[in-house]
Design a protein around this ligand. Structure first.
Ligand code: HEC
Length: 145
């Protein structure tokens, strides 16, 4: 086997079997500053309001969360995670593994801080594209301002 094939094999195995820190849960060294308003307009409004927008939609417990930028900000930034305590919705200390909003975008039952699993992937029944995921990651990693 050539060295490059061996290296590739190790990288794939590392990714599959979780050797080393999970890059999805580690902030980049100098993340681009992304505002809450940008995330709301470019991601939340387009992907989340069908269920988290208005009272009476999909899940009454969660409904109304994201109906405006103001409501989204107050129910998410630095707030407790109602369904997945003791995690935060978004940890303003730039901790991806303590932010339910981020963990739920990565996949089903992602393991967060303290081994907490975060249930079904969001948006339920779908998945954000790479650009949208990067925006949300940079937003949290730049302090969710
Ligand atoms: C098709 C409906 C649907 C869509 C679209 C959707 N959600 Fe959800 N979401 C739910 C339901 C139902 C729950 C409650 C069950 C659960 O915790 O998974 C939920 C729960 C959550 C929670 C857990 C809150 C907590 O701590 O209890 C977060 C965070 C969340 N959604 C974020 C999002 C984001 C961000 C988007 C858009 C990218 C999104 N959701 C899109 C239906 C949806």
């Amino acid at each position: 086997m050539s060295i490059s094939k061996l290296t590739l094999g190790l990288i794939v195995a590392g990714g599959l079997f979780g050797c080393g820190p999970n890059a999805d849960l580690v902030c980049d060294a100098s993340p681009t500053a992304v505002t809450t308003e940008k995330v709301y307009n470019d991601v939340i409004k387009l992907q989340c309001l069908s269920c988290h927008g208005l009272p009476g939609t999909a899940d009454a417990r969660k409904a109304g969360d994201y109906q405006s930028l103001q409501v989204f900000t107050s129910s998410v930034v630095g707030a407790a995670s109602p369904g997945y305590a003791p995690l935060k919705m978004v940890d303003t200390d730039k901790k991806l593994d303590n932010s339910t909003v981020w963990l739920k975008l990565l996949g089903d039952n992602t393991t967060g801080a303290g081994g907490k699993k975060t249930g079904p992937r969001m948006p339920e029944g779908g998945m954000l594209n790479a650009t949208q995921l990067k925006l949300v990651k940079d937003w949290i990693c730049s302090g969710a301002k």
